[in-house]
Design a protein around this ligand. Sequence first.
Ligand code: ARG
Ligand code: ZN
Length: 401
Amino acid sequence: MSLMFSFRDKVFRLKPVIDSHVSFIKELASSLKVDFWSPDSAELVTIDIDVDIHVPASHSDMVFIMLDQSGINYEVLIDDLQAAVDGQLDSSTHTRSHDYTKYNNWNTIQDWVISITSANPTLISRTTIGNTYEGRPMHLLKIGKSSGSTKPAIFMDCGIHAREWISHAFCQWFIKEAVSTYGSDPKITSLLDQMDVFVLPVFNVDGYVYSWTNNRMWRKTRSKKSGSSCVGADPNRNFDAGWCTLGASNSPCSDTYCGASVESEIEVKNVANFIRQNRSIIKAYLTIHSYSQLLLFPYSYKYGLAADHSELLSVAEAASQVLGSLYGTKYTSGPGATTIYPASGGSDDWAYDLGVKYAYTFELRDTGYYGFLLPESQIKPTCEETMLAVKYIAAYVQKNL
Ligand code: ARG
Ligand code: ZN
């Protein structure tokens, strides 16, 4: 990977507690090149939330002065971003071969998709739900014991957002665990006997490739539109769920740009088409993001509670508890709008309104210390604990078919 940040780019955590702090942050964002880590864009900043921003080295002295003048409380989360980027890949012995405890690039993942499918013909079948904007295939794996008839299913995707690399790692881990423990783990065996799990290991393939080759902090798709030099839309603002009304931006340059229209992003359209076509069998929709350690469910596009709110909450709380039983990792669960921020056009809300009752968004480790740059040494524990929560939800869904 090439050097992407100049010496000592920094990540700051700002703690706005009054309205003038919020306006200060929005002004800072519009006058300087700041990259929002959390929340996802300046539009989403409110009082009493932590705001994590990446500031280029060239501006960091000025930002220190401005912060001190504004009176806002802040801390430096990452003092040297390039060192953190280098630190997330745990040695220089980076080979081309696939490794579940490393971050794998798209070519490696694609080769792995093909080989794990052919190595497990009775448990995995592969289809392509379409191509991305740049023409890459969107591979979808169906994990399950083949039976004569159509089985109820769970749909899970990873990598809606390009820079959330631990998400991509989790889908690969899940597939490995499912096929290697089928026959020995009673929960997995019963799940795969009775249900199928559709796994889309990389949703936003073009963005993921770009996050390896050009900009580690890339989030959106890579679609181009006439009239703007900015590239891409936020796939998780592009679904037909209160589209572009809340917590999303109309500006093509924003990291939360909702796109030119509903499902304007081909990757979103491909996923939505697949789920629509299979809506009668899909009982749960799980989507994996990072970071913040949250287990979210509808709604995010409005404050009103979902019809199934209390059931969704109790399943989320129990799943968070089993997740934490392994390493003590603490998760918060609740509806997106009040737990993280209101944001429309998300895949979870869309799936829920389509009739997929168990619609959950995971925000994996951590809570901001490394943020998107979670070191490879944390892939295994993160995937192990997340596996417990996913298995819990799957077993619950299975029991309630
Ligand atoms: N961090 C995620 C995002 O901004 C949270 C998604 C929660 N769901 C939602 N429909 N906004 O995309
Ligand atoms: Zn995300």
